[in-house]
Design a protein around this ligand. Structure first.
Ligand code: NAD
Length: 315
């Protein structure tokens, strides 16, 4: 199936609303459902705000904003949202049973060739789609937050997923401006999260040991690894560094760095205190409720500047 025009998104939270926006910006009709009414009720406001940032960054024409918003239709039930869709993605919470039950229920309401996608960060589709009668149409599409801005989406089938599903999914995502990457094996965490967790483990260990202040840890990484990675992939960076040198550094340092599997105590204490980050105002940093929209907008403006650079490199 190619030229998909009707998409459904189940779960309209942090990820779902941005995924809906992306497909609507690409001209698709997007039907959405969230079992929390407030999430459905606020989708258009959240997408309008996101689009304002796109317009401000000259990445989207202002005269098409209303058309994008009109293409997103919030439905009153999951069945209504998916029944006419050619591509359905779930973006509900990261709980295996919840996803399994939802995906199996969705299959009852869709056409035989509708693609069923899961935006799981960790669960392969052979697990989350375990109850499917037609597992050949199931696939993971793993987006990154904010999904309407970050280019990469990982596309991961199970051994049962057919080639038609993979190709149609890649085509839809690429047509929607995404850098869709096919992952050849069903690894837990796919590709990018495995790398992100490796970096997170070391960063949290350095924080735990107070090797530098929070601000300095962020600044050091941003001004080095982050700076290079915004322009070049890691393997290319290694080539430029010289593989003779890089292999020596790897041999010398890999026994020294964090290799544990427990969250460091200092980070766990922050979470146990109920500090979950930006969403409730306290994390490694503090965020006041009055400035939260401005902080989110400033973050997205920085990301959008990078997106412009990214697009210019693709040309
Ligand atoms: N937040 C991230 O950075 C990120 C990045 C990549 C992938 N993901 C994955 O995306 C998924 C969603 O994460 P999120 O951050 O958007 O979560 P979220 O909590 O912001 O949003 C989830 C939404 O799903 C709704 N929901 C839950 N069960 C539902 C159901 N049965 N039917 C309809 N709606 C339902 C909730 O009301 C909520 O609005 C998770 O699997 C997560 O692992 C998240």
């Amino acid at each position: 199936m190619s030229n998909i025009q009707r998409v459904a998104v189940i779960g309209l939270g942090t990820m779902g609303h941005g995924i809906a926006q992306t497909f609507a910006m690409a001209g698709c009709t997007v039907t959405g459902f969230d079992d929390v009414k407030a999430a459905g009720d606020t989708v258009h406001d959240r997408v309008r705000q996101n689009l304002r940032d796109f317009v401000g960054a000259e990445l989207f024409p202002v005269d098409q904003v209303d058309a994008v918003l009109k293409r997103i239709v919030v439905c009153q039930s999951e069945a209504e949202a998916v029944h006419d869709a050619q591509f359905v993605t779930e973006a509900v919470r990261e709980e295996l049973v919840a996803k399994q039950e939802l995906i199996a229920r969705l299959e009852l309401h869709v056409a035989d060739d509708t693609i069923l996608a899961s935006n799981s960060s960790t669960f392969p589709i052979s697990q989350s789609g375990a109850g499917l009668k037609r597992p050949e149409r199931a696939v993971v599409t793993h987006w990154f937050n904010p999904p309407h801005i970050v280019p990469t989406v990982e596309v991961v089938g199970s051994p049962l997923t057919n080639e038609v599903t993979i190709q149609a999914t890649l085509e839809l995502l690429r047509r929607s401006g995404k850098l869709a990457i096919r992952i050849n094996q069903e690894l837990p965490g796919f590709l990018v999260n495995r790398v992100q967790i490796a970096v997170m483990r070391e960063v949290w260990d350095l924080f735990d040991r107070s090797v530098a202040s929070i601000e300095d840890i962020d600044a050091a990484i941003q001004g080095s690894m982050g700076f290079r990675l915004a322009a070049l992939g890691p393997l290319r960076i290694h080539d430029f560094g010289g593989l003779d040198i890089q292999t020596a550094v790897y041999r010398n340092l890999s026994p020294e760095i964090a290799s544990g599997t427990q969250v460091p105590k200092s980070v766990q204490r922050i979470v146990d205190a109920g500090h979950h980050g930006f969403k409730n105002g306290h994390g490694f940093y503090q965020y006041s409720p009055e400035s939260s929209e401005q902080i989110r907008s400033e973050r997205d403006q920085k990301f959008l500047s990078l997106l412009k650079l990214f697009h210019s490199r693709q040309k």
